[in-house]
Design a protein around this ligand. Structure first.
Ligand code: SF4
Ligand code: SF4
Length: 102
């Protein structure tokens, strides 16, 4: 599970993100914000409302989470057939053919 990245140095502990989080995934510990990544659904509201730009939701994490939810298999999305390029070795590479011909 992934949650938003919190830049502790920039967090002023205002609690706005805590108030807006629909999943109650954010908490203030002292004057700094912490996230419970298990509860977080990466909705991005905290990033949107943080006045100090201390929160960042990684778009790649959102993509991963979305694909985890919708497509159970093929989460990588790069499941190209193995050994596909260069197998035929015919008209695909005319330059190579010429070299072989020499
Ligand atoms: S809204 Fe931003 S500054 Fe305020 S507590 Fe959350 S992370 Fe910290
Ligand atoms: S991304 Fe959404 S669910 Fe996750 S901590 Fe921020 S407001 Fe809460």
């Amino acid at each position: 599970m992934e949650g938003p990245a919190i830049n502790i140095a920039w967090c002023k502990g205002c609690g706005i993100c805590v108030a807006f989080c629909p999943r109650k995934a954010l908490h203030l510990v002292g004057e700094k914000c912490t996230v419970d990544p298990v509860r977080c659904v990466l909705c991005g509201l905290c990033e949107l409302y943080c006045p100090d730009l201390a929160i960042t939701v990684d778009p790649e994490a959102v993509k991963r989470r979305t694909s985890e939810k919708s497509g159970k298999s093929g989460s990588s999305g790069t499941a190209a057939p193995p050994g596909r390029p260069g197998k035929s070795g015919k008209a695909d590479h005319p330059g190579k053919e010429t070299r072989h011909g020499l």
